[in-house]
Design a protein around this ligand. Structure first.
Ligand SMILES: [Zn+2]
Length: 132
């Protein structure tokens, strides 16, 4: 999965058994290693060839955990959108773009004294690492 599709992850998490999930390692008589994932009223098994870390990870990402991560991501995105709206660019004469939040705006609407070029440090911090 290269794109993060939160809506699809939410749909999958809500459709799956709620968890919590756990796992245990089993070994057959011929030496095959299996991870058995116990997810409520049924179990899933996968041949791990010793890669029990995969089973541990799958058990740790049960639907409730995924839904909590989605809620946390969406909450952070909502708060970031509010801050971006506060620190929006404003074009002033002759050809400057400043931050409307960080710059000092007088009651008459003109900016004076403290004028901060856009993107300001807040917007830079929010967009650092973005591919925009
Ligand atoms: Zn700003």
């Amino acid at each position: 999965m290269t794109d993060l599709d939160l809506a699809e992850l939410e749909r999958l998490a809500k459709a799956a058994t709620p968890g919590p999930w756990s796992w245990c390692a089993k070994q057959t008589a011929d030496g095959d290693s299996w991870a058995v994932l116990d997810s409520h009223d049924h179990a899933l098994a996968m041949n791990t060839d010793g890669w029990v870390l995969d089973a541990e990870f799958i058990a740790a990402t049960d639907p409730q955990t995924v839904l909590a991560l989605i809620e946390r991501a969406e909450s952070a995105e909502r708060r970031i959108a509010v801050v971006r709206e506060m620190h929006r660019p404003i074009d002033i004469e002759p050809s400057d773009t400043i931050c409307g939040e960080c710059s000092l705006q007088l009651p008459n609407g003109h900016f004076f004294g403290k004028v901060v070029e856009w993107p300001c440090e807040t917007v830079k911090a929010l967009t650092e690492g973005d591919e925009q």
